[in-house]
Design a protein around this ligand. Structure first.
Ligand code: ATP
Length: 132
């Protein structure tokens, strides 16, 4: 089947694949050819695309997946291949978010926003294959 991953900035992946696994709000979901048509929101997480028996990881920060019998389209808020992830930036974002979460406990500021920023940073660090 065909898999496409696009963001507002353009295409991140486009190719013929064996399987696509994503993280939805309800958990992991694996899609192979001839799956029932479906549209589902995505969580912050890794998309795993199996192509030529190898797995390509992509860090995705939410969006939607549309499944058709021979096609999977992922419309992501952001999506990066491991080689495009700036690890220093993700580590800095993680530290900033952790600091804000601490402050949020004290001052009741935007806890949810800091929590999502932390999830995005951890996801990028994991997908890049480096240690936290
Ligand atoms: P930051 O605080 O570092 O901007 P963020 O999680 O708030 O992180 P997003 O709003 O999710 O960033 O993404 C904004 C744009 O920057 C997107 O195009 C995304 O692909 C890109 N981006 C964010 N962090 C990284 C990173 N560590 N490496 C490469 N690209 C990144």
């Amino acid at each position: 089947m065909q898999a496409n991953v696009v963001t507002p900035d353009g295409s991140v992946f486009d190719g013929h694949v064996e399987m696509v696994s994503v993280k939805t709000q309800d958990g992991e979901l694996g899609i192979m050819a001839n799956h029932l048509p479906l549209v589902t929101p995505l969580a912050i997480g890794a998309v795993r695309i199996k192509k030529d028996s190898k797995v390509q990881l992509i860090a995705v920060s939410g969006g939607f997946m549309e499944v058709r019998p021979d096609e999977v389209n992922i419309l992501a808020e952001s999506a990066e291949l491991p080689s495009d992830i700036d690890i220093a930036r993700a580590r800095a974002a993680k530290e900033r978010a952790e600091r804000r979460l601490e402050e949020a406990k004290r001052d009741n500021i935007d806890f949810k926003r800091a929590e999502l920023a932390l999830k995005r940073a951890i996801n990028r660090i994991e997908v890049s294959g480096t240690k936290q």
